[in-house]
Write a protein that binds this ligand. Structure first.
Ligand code: NAD
Length: 293
């Protein structure tokens, strides 16, 4: 059992939980994730370890309350328990002295970049962080990123914070005006695909973190299979980060929608149960249960 020590609202529909998990905190590296189950009959969901504190023995999980399980997770409060948290899982982000690294975060995906930023700074890289969201309210941890990054560029679709535009526009400005040695992008699939297309002509090394449907997280079920340079890989054990120029993004996008109907049905049942018939007209918007990974 894993105790919730703290809960904070990060953005509309986005919460962060700090969990007591000393073993995971002491082994977690940038890029790792966990698989959790809230209770014995719960669905297993993967979430990136967005931060960890070795001294306090805690990990931070940030998630968007978008599907049944993430909505359920959002009902937990300080002092509540999560039944199972397995991890750390997945390969570590390849961290070394690159020179100038640019981290590109889209929406909730940005949280995955926080431990990567800290690890790159420990290796004395210059790090530019680009955080993009639909509007100011949806930007994830801009102040926390700014504390560690050499430069933080905010960009929103509606211009309510920072520049107006998409993260790819900000990335183009950075790559046009300075020498960049590596790009790491995390966010919606189509955003990561757009970043890959932007850096492909110059063969600029680019990693993306993939978030396909994942079940057990240890390579046995095959649910998270992705095609990388024409070969089948499993995001849980071979990734979650891959060379962006090798990823078949269309296949990832298609497979992400595979269980959409079941996910909508499950969320509607959950909501009905929660509001005990008082909110009959609310229909689930329908998206994956997964929060961060
Ligand atoms: P969103 O759709 O609001 O997009 C966030 C930002 O990404 C936009 O403001 C824009 O700057 C950029 N963007 C989006 N589409 C783009 C495109 N086609 N071209 C260029 N830039 C684009 O994001 P959201 O609603 O916060 O959703 C976050 C997504 O990130 C979810 O799909 C979630 O599954 C995914 N995610 C991925 C990971 C991962 O590990 N890969 C982790 C967490 C979340």
């Amino acid at each position: 059992m894993f105790k919730v020590l703290h809960k904070e609202n990060v953005a509309p529909q986005v919460d962060a939980l700090i969990i007591d998990a000393p073993y995971i905190a002491s082994h977690a590296r940038a890029g790792n994730f966990i698989v959790l189950r809230i209770h014995e009959k719960g669905e297993r969901i993967p979430l990136t370890i967005s931060d960890s504190d070795l001294d306090k023995g805690t990990i931070t999980l940030l998630f968007q309350k978008i599907g049944k399980t993430t909505q359920d997770l959002g009902t937990l409060k300080k002092g509540d328990f999560i039944r199972d948290v397995a991890g750390p899982l997945g390969h570590d982000t390849p961290i070394k002295k690159y020179g100038h690294a640019v981290l590109v975060g889209g929406g909730i995906g940005s949280a995955t970049l926080f431990p990567i930023l800290k690890a790159l700074k420990e290796k004395k890289n210059k790090v530019t962080v680009i955080l993009g969201a639909r509007n100011k309210e949806l930007l994830v941890w801009p102040d926390r990123f700014a504390e560690y990054a050499d430069e933080t560029i905010l960009i929103t679709d509606d211009g309510s914070s920072g520049k107006k535009g998409l993260v790819t526009e900000a990335l183009k400005e950075v790559t046009d005006s300075s020498k960049v040695d590596i790009v790491i992008a995390v966010g919606p699939i189509r955003m990561m695909q757009a970043v890959a297309e932007l850096t492909r002509p110059d063969k600029l090394k680019t990693y993306v973190s993939l978030n396909p449907v994942m079940v057990e997280g240890t390579g046995m079920c095959g649910a998270c299979r992705v095609s990388i340079a024409g070969k089948t890989k499993f995001a849980c054990v071979d990734g979650p980060e891959f060379d962006a120029h090798d990823v078949d993004f269309d296949e990832v996008a298609q497979r992400l929608n595979f269980y959409k109907d079941e996910e909508i049905e499950s969320l509607e049942k959950f909501k009905k149960k929660k509001c005990k018939g008082k909110c009959k007209n609310q229909r689930a918007k329908g998206s994956r249960s997964q929060g961060v990974k």
